[in-house]
Design a protein around this ligand. Structure first.
Ligand SMILES: Nc1ncnc2c1ncn2[C@@H]1O[C@H](COP(=O)(O)OP(=O)(O)OP(=O)(O)O)[C@@H](O)[C@H]1O
Length: 335
């Protein structure tokens, strides 16, 4: 018997993930598209396009159509989405003919953009398309008991945005989002290296510095890393050695902004739910939650336990995929 696939899509600023029921995450690629600016033709998407960043001839431009949690270029986002779905259909075969899809769009997207994404997936041939709020998907994917009358606090530190939400009874009680996340940390690292060493480094180098020697604001044993860039005085390639203490000070502002957002959201929490937070704490997810020392730092600052989600880079996609059943149930109840 023909069964159509049930899939969840996390359309993230940094990465796009597709989750298929009974299969898990079947696609995980950077949200990057390489286009020929003369013909507007899409030449590559995902990993292949990311490899091209900073290395392409002038007419080929790798672009990130989703920036700071908003859809900066709708047409290219839609094309990227269709290319990714095509890739998945190679793995899932005929079940991808009329899939049921739940998609999570960036938190900052407008109703018009959400509708446009909905239509792009529908025009790909989807039987039904539902949209879901990112914090709810992240909480479901992190195995939180979202439908119970207890407060679940989730902090999702993504590439473009960081979001904090208090979820209870399947709905969002309070939520705050800021356009600060992993990308902002990368920018701060580029800025720091330019200012203190007169050396220009690229986005990919900044990201690897953050992953290798980036720490949240905690005491730690200092680490060093050799970094290559372009000397702004001589114009020649140069290797410098930077320390984890320097990187910690470079990314301080973003971390403090995230902390402020968490505090403000917790202050909004109805008193009846505050007690649960003391017991259950806050769950952190998203790529930024993998920054070294994040759990310890946050817990020291907000005085409640902080837990790392089981799959921080995949929770939104997993939650999106798992939510289809919940959405269908809710629809039946409301009919
Ligand atoms: N080990 C790590 N340490 C620090 N940062 C990391 C690590 N792994 C990934 N990141 C960062 O996490 C970010 C991507 O996270 P994620 O995939 O959750 O974002 P996204 O869902 O695409 O973005 P958004 O939620 O803004 O739409 C990137 O900035 C990446 O550099």
């Amino acid at each position: 018997m023909f069964t159509s696939a049930e899939i969840g899509i996390d359309l993230g600023t940094a990465n796009i993930l597709i989750y298929a029921k009974n299969k898990g995450v079947v696609l995980n690629e950077p949200s990057v598209v390489a286009i020929d600016i003369n013909t507007k033709e899409v030449l590559a998407v995902g990993h292949e396009a990311k490899q091209m960043i900073g290395k392409t001839p002038r007419n080929v431009v790798p672009i990130r159509p989703l920036k700071e949690g908003v859809i900066a270029d709708y047409d290219i986002t839609a094309q990227m989405l269709k290319e990714m779905l095509k890739k998945v259909s190679k793995t899932l075969g005929s079940s991808m003919r009329k899939p049921s899809v739940v998609i999570c769009t960036p938190s900052g997207s407008t109703t018009v953009e959400r509708r446009a994404i909905h239509n792009a997936v529908k025009s790909y041939g989807a039987k039904v398309v539902h949209l879901i709020e990112e914090p709810v998907a992240a909480a479901i994917g992190a195995d939180l008991p979202v439908s119970e009358p207890v407060s679940n606090v989730i902090l999702d530190i993504g590439g473009g945005t960081s979001e904090v939400a208090i979820i209870s009874f399947g709905g969002v009680v309070s939520c705050r989002s800021i356009r600060n996340g992993g990308d902002k940390m990368d920018e701060e690292i580029i800025h720091f290296v330019r200012k203190h060493y007169n050396v220009l480094i690229g986005e990919k180098t900044a990201e690897s510095i953050k992953m290798e020697i980036g720490y949240a604001l905690i005491d730690h044993e200092e680490e060093t890393m050799e970094v290559r860039g372009r000397d702004l005085v001589t114009g020649l390639p140069k290797t410098i050695t930077i320390t984890s203490t320097e990187i910690q000070s470079a990314i301080r502002e973003t971390l403090e902004n995230v902390l402020e957002t968490v505090r403000a959201t917790l202050e909004d929490c109805p008193p009846e739910l505050s007690g649960d937070i003391v017991d259950n704490g806050v769950v952190i997810t998203g790529g930024g939650s993998l920054l070294k020392g994040m759990q310890e730092w946050l817990s020291n600052e907000i005085f409640v336990p902080v837990h790392l989600a089981p799959n921080p880079l995949e929770s939104v996609a997993i939650g999106t995929g798992r939510s289809l059943k919940m959405i269908q149930k809710l629809q039946k109840v409301s009919k």
